[in-house]
Design a protein around this ligand. Structure first.
Ligand code: GP0
Length: 825
């Protein structure tokens, strides 16, 4: 359909592609050309959207030469690459990042001004690609950024959802979800490559056949779809490299049945198309809990089958031996979502290439590594055998065979220990016969890593103990990181400028250099400048919230921020209990309001649409906010803002403005956290539990510069084992009792005593994440925050030390760790 690939003959086509001149005039020329001949409008008649699209395409031109060169270089050198397999990439807006990568920010600003346009307005027109839920998807986006910046070959594979994470709105304080139509105004960053489309099969049955004197199995599928790849640029930071993110979109193989159409049944004629395209229609909005839905398994197999096939197609030149695949790639499995890639590669090698089983297994084992992101048992993906058998019958057989071989090995090493063998079985019978994807990933992967030191420890000791005993050297840690380009350099230009003035620009790609800021904490002028930057960030945030949400914030307050998915384990309820307690003490005149540190609390959180209790907590936060914000008794002391639809774009404005970062999950529950790192790097102090990467943040910044509180993980385990009784904390702590009673009294719900019944009774009678047990300690830590904040000079010192001591959390460092511990690329 596309004709053969041709070799160019014109001399001009042999010269390398070059970027347009990086001057204001050159930029204006490109921009107008894009607007006129690309977008098809005159500047005088163009809309902001036209201008944004033309600008995005203009910036793209400057990256194109680097992209083609990166691809050519990769083809020729055949360096080992990372194949990052992730069902989510929470990218955030692209334009600003592309301008930074090309160092064209100033030129673009001047060029737009020369056209009578405002760069900030055009940037604000971009709808962020929200192709992920939260931390896991954002981590993938940070990782591909770092790999490009470090000039490491990587191809990111994922799904081009037509609708990303839902748009959250509030109606009467309750979350209402709206579809995220990020493609509707045109999307200038994706390059479709229909010539590289891949067919993906589903369903049917397997059968054996004779092939000479061996018996072989083949899969006879019953339906298929086409995977259409879209390439996205992943530009390195000013280093001439552009890696590729390849996201797959599902299309029908037979879009249209003309015979049925001619017979008059239009709906039936396009049914196949609708069915196929449903596969990549929408991102599942679940975070940290899997959706055991058939469509989700279809999504997983779909993108993984496309990606493995695609990678093999790319390396399969004459002379290449597939046995060398592990020398060309490590497929990093971002959680268990892509684990079906393991039996898929086995199937390709055994069924299609007719390899011996052991030979195929040896190669497969060396191609994969697995990252686990959770400790919550309910978050570990498990697929029922009957569903797998229906959708992917051959893969199920292969999984059985992997399991049989593995258990035979276990039984040989530990004879007469049937209990052990069963505890390690990939296939379980309880509660239903199903496949434990984390076990499959662990058996197949050459390495298994957690995402923070504590998490990796608990992963080995509590989630996969039998496996870590069996293969101690397989288990490792790579503490998460965040990209300093987006989350410091782009999001916080004022602080960045301060750092650059002190250290030069090198820190952007060498974040350990932030350590050199340490002495500046003692420098009064620097502290003053630091506070001014923070103040500028607050004003920028308040202006945004006014325009975006109609939220009016005022005053010179401590800005206390809790932004993350809404989850019981993250304990937004603990935060709201603290607020209610402050409020209760003021209105009942238990404290002199003038002694309370003026505080503005900002929440941002989406709840999974099906997570009832999470949605009730959102409702509670909004209603408490309404009451507190309109009560004259607390005016100037306490205000609450809950802007709807927290996303990457909003995070980039919120995080740089924060004074206090809330990281208050129950110890042993948050695998790592990555928001915690972004706040510390932007000079917010953390109030946090000994959980996830908080532990490492605290170690690095020092106890004096961190507000730690709450039970440790062993204490949590002990309390759980002794039989946790939340009611006893309520009974014995009058301050806690008063706060809960106030919520239950109807004070925040116009007198309705039932409004928050689900939240209140859950806390009193269940409280799985022990918010009540940590309440007293949390309140004490908040008092310490207030005392510290009263001394602004001391606070600034602490904040600067947080910046200076958290360079470790660059995702560049995470990539170095993956390279040395796992990929060896
Ligand atoms: C973990 F299991 N995470 C999951 C999941 O389904 N979704 C998700 O975002 C997060 C962890 O909760 C984390 O602790 C972690 O830092 C992140 O994955 C990246 O590893 C988020 O704060």
């Amino acid at each position: 359909r596309y004709g053969p690939m041709t070799t160019p003959t014109h001399p001009l086509a042999l010269a390398p592609v070059t970027a347009p001149p990086a001057t204001v005039d050159g930029f204006v020329k490109e921009f107008l050309r894009e607007l006129n001949t690309g977008q098809g409008v005159a500047l005088s008649r163009s809309t902001v959207n036209d201008q944004y699209l033309a600008l995005a395409r203009t910036v793209r031109h400057y990256l194109m030469a680097r992209w083609l060169e990166t691809t050519r270089h990769q083809r020729e050198t055949k360096e080992k690459a990372v194949g990052y397999l992730s069902a989510e990439y929470l990218l955030g807006r692209q334009l600003g990042n592309a301008l930074l990568a090309t160092d064209l920010g100033e030129i673009a600003e001047k060029a737009m001004a020369a056209c009578g346009l405002d760069l900030v307005t055009l940037r604000a027109q971009e709808v962020e690609p929200g192709l992920g839920n939260g931390g896991l998807g954002r981590l993938a986006a940070c990782f591909v950024d770092s790999l490009a910046t470090m000039s490491i070959p990587c191809i990111g594979y994922g799904i081009r959802y037509e609708y990303g994470i839902f748009k959250q709105t509030f109606v009467d304080g309750r979350q209402v979800e709206q579809p995220d139509t990020w493609l509707s105004l045109g999307e200038p960053w994706g390059f479709p490559h229909p010539e590289a489309a891949v067919q993906v099969d589903f369903g049917g049955y397997t059968e054996t056949y004779r092939d000479g004197d061996v018996e072989r199995t083949r899969w006879v599928p019953s339906w298929n779809v086409l995977g259409l790849p879209y390439n996205y640029m992943v530009p390195g930071y000013q280093n001439g490299r552009v890696n590729t993110l390849r996201l797959w979109s599902a299309q029908a193989t037979k879009a249209f049945d003309l015979a049925i159409f001619n017979a008059g049944d239009y709906a039936e004629a396009v049914r196949a198309q609708t069915f196929a395209e449903n596969i990549t229609k929408v991102l599942y909005p679940e975070d940290s809990t899997p959706q055991g839905k058939e469509l989700r398994l279809q999504q997983q197999y779909f993108f993984v089958a496309c990606s493995i096939r695609d990678f093999i197609n790319q390396v399969m030149e004459p002379g290449f031996d597939l046995h060398d695949l592990p020398e060309r790639v490590t497929f990093q499995l971002n959680d268990t979502h892509p684990v079906i890639a393991v039996p898929e590669l086995m199937r390709i090698l055994v069924d299609e290439h007719k390899w011996e089983w052991d030979e195929a297994w040896d190669v497969t084992k060396r191609c994969f590594a697995y990252t686990c992101h959770t400790l919550l048992p309910e978050a570990l993906e498990v697929w029922p055998v009957d569903l797998l058998g229906r959708l992917l019958p051959r893969h199920l057989e292969i999984i059985y065979q992997i399991n049989d071989a593995f258990l035979a090995e276990v039984r040989e090493r530990f004879p007469n220990d049937e209990l052990r063998a069963r505890s390690m079985s990939i296939v379980t019978d309880y509660p239903d016969r199903s496949v434990r994807m984390a076990y499959l990933a662990t058996v197949a992967g050459m390495k298994v890593n957690g995402v923070a030191a504590l998490h990796s420890q608990l992963l080995a000791d509590k989630v996969l103990p039998a496996f870590s005993e069996y293969w101690p050297e397989k288990f490792t840690n790579v503490t998460n990181g965040v990209t300093p380009r987006r989350f410091l350099r782009l999001a916080n230009p004022w602080l960045s400028q301060l750092i650059t003035d002190a250290l030069g620009v090198g820190w952007v790609t060498d974040l350990d250099r932030l350590a050199e800021l340490e002495p500046y904490a003692q420098d009064e002028d620097f502290r003053k400048a630091f506070r001014e930057a923070k103040q500028t960030n607050k004003e920028r945030l308040y202006a945004l919230l006014r325009a975006r949400d109609g939220i009016e914030l005022s005053g010179d307050h401590l800005l206390d921020v809790m932004v993350k998915r809404l989850h019981e384990y993250k304990r937004q309820t603990l935060k709201i209990l603290h607020i209610v307690s402050l409020y209760e003490q003021i209105i009942h005149e238990r404290v002199d309001p003038t002694t309370i540190t003026p505080r503005t609390v900002v929440f941002g959180a989406k709840a999974a649409p099906g997570y009832r209790l999470a949605k009730e907590i959102i409702y509670l936060i909004n209603k408490v906010g309404e009451t507190v914000n309109t009560d004259p008794r607390v005016a100037g002391r306490l205000q609450i803002a809950f802007p709807a639809n927290y996303n990457v774009t909003l995070a980039e404005k919120l995080i740089p403005a924060a004074d206090l970062s809330e990281q208050i999950s129950l110890a042993g529950m948050e695998a790592s956290g990555t928001g915690n790192m972004k706040f510390a790097l932007n000079g917010a102090l953390t109030i946090g539990t000994d959980d996830g990467a908080n532990v490492e943040i605290r170690q690095l910044v020092g106890d004096d510069n961190f507000f730690g509180f709450g039970m440790t993980e062993p204490e949590v385990a002990a309390l759980g084992a002794s039989g946790y009784q939340p009611g006893s904390y309520y009974e014995s702590n009058p301050q806690l009792k008063a706060a809960i009673d106030l919520i239950a009294s109807g004070a925040f719900s116009g007198g309705d005593r039932n409004a928050f019944e689900p939240v209140v009774s859950n806390l009193l009678y269940h409280d799985r994440f022990m918010a009540l047990a940590d309440f007293a300690s949390y309140v004490d830590a908040q008092a310490a925050v207030e005392a510290a904040y009263a001394d602004q000079e001391a606070w600034s010192k602490m904040a600067i030390l947080n910046v200076a001591r958290t360079g470790f959390f660059s995702s560049d460092r995470s990539m170095r760790d993956y390279l040395s511990r796992i990929w060896r690329a």
